[in-house]
Write a protein that binds this ligand. Sequence first.
Ligand SMILES: [Zn+2]
Length: 572
Amino acid sequence: MVTPPPKAPIPSGGRIHLIVACTLVFLLLLGGRSAYLQVVQGPSLRENVLRQQVSGKVILLPRRGTIFDRNGNILAQTTDSYRVDIRPGDIPAEKRAEVARALATCLSIPLEDLLQKLETLVSPFPLDRQISVNTGEEIQALALPGVDVYPSAKRVYPLGSQASHVLGFVHPELSSINVEEYIGGEGLEFACEDLLHGKAGQATYLVGPTGERLPLDPVEFISPQDGNNLVLTLDSTIQSVTEGELKIGVETNSATTGCAIVLDSRTGEVLALASYPAYNPLDASTRTPSHLFNVATQFLYEPGSVFKFVTGAAALEEGVTTLDTEWTDDGTIYIDDWPVFCPAEFGAPHGVQKLAELFQNSCNVGFAQIGLKLGATTFWQYANAFGFGRLSALELPQAAGRLDPADLWPEIGLATASFGYSMMLVTPLQIAAAFQIVANDGRYVPLHLIKEIRDPSGKTLQTLSPQATRQVISQKTAIQLRQALRGVVESKLSDTLRRYGVAGKTGTAKSNTEYNNTTFVGAFPADNPRVVILVNINQPQVDLGYAVRVCYPVFEKIVSKLVDILRVEPPQ
Ligand SMILES: [Zn+2]
């Protein structure tokens, strides 16, 4: 898009985009020759000469889009800043100490380090890419030799490390137009690079005989197109509560990692998504691989007993069981000569149980029998329809997990898969997404984090509200399943929460270490769910490390606060 040249052709600070890459050195050489041709060879070459004179090109970088939460709070924003580059070779030796002192004072950096750099380095280098406008102007005013100060842009995250795994960060990179630009490194900054980045523009100026830019309007001006703004489904208040409670949960259990996800059970909107440990997007030293790892979307594990709700859903829908069907656990059963049993710490075999009791007792023997009756092909079809083994629609880097083809499942594989071991690897996000289907009366709605895309002026370009695309289980099955899942934490509920009811399932999965990976996923309120909350905490080292003791308390604290934040009315 070509727009009329602006009134002020030479930008100076303020809301002007980053300016770089003058080709003036090249023109210095051309300029002299152009003057010669113009005078000596006459008007026949005029057009050609003009073209040569005109190549004083300046790249105008776009401003990266802002990211808002659902209530208009700014989560990520680009602000004006300055950049300081050093050309050590152009600083006279006798001036080095003076230049170093001035910069060290302005930038609050160690004088000795800087002085050493000025004495040893030869090639130009960036000293600081993102300093404040005030500091930039202060340094500019000093007119230090060999020091270039440019208007630049800074990405800021006003809420610090909040939602770091959702937002990600940006880092400087040489872009396709051969200019250093800020590019998304993780999270939405990475996944939505094309939406957020915008498009560079260009101004072309006339240059004089010695290559200097003439003080005239540019002969060609292509405006940069700023990036689009994103409005997320995230609620920063709920995100803050979720992160805070997750952190307490992981740290009090001396666990290694964890995550917590809050979904709107009707719309599939992600209200909060937290992974532990988090990082500060602006502090590269906190961005280690283990901090960048998004536990919610990338941690793959055998989920264990929490997966039993999938088995229960398939069995109810297929008529393999009703709420009243009786299943018997008389102790260890053998399948393909492998023993299947309920861990001894639960006491004697569970005996005769209905579905609700199977969930409450988390009875492996009972679910193995249900799984065998469903058959591998049918069970696989439900696991697949619930979203296991494939990527979710969520706009974040994530793992697809694994769901082995049904024809590879031996009998014992089918039996153990029915209580969440073997044949699969899942992410916490997939468990939450599958439970959202149960909470949403069997309808699958794509999970999403982006609510709206707006142009740089704030005009809405697109509203994203994905609709249900498939019925995974019937409404009747979903209601029955939630009913059966109410007993799992019934005895743990506070008086307030008991009025609402919680339908949920625990999972304490043996990992390859001596510790467990624990999960709790629940819908709240049980009968007419507003939210689905998943809490996953890995390798807790205290209190036997059972999900009901490790994850449920985190769930309870988050949901108790949501009652007020979302103004959830108790059932009549
Ligand atoms: Zn049992």
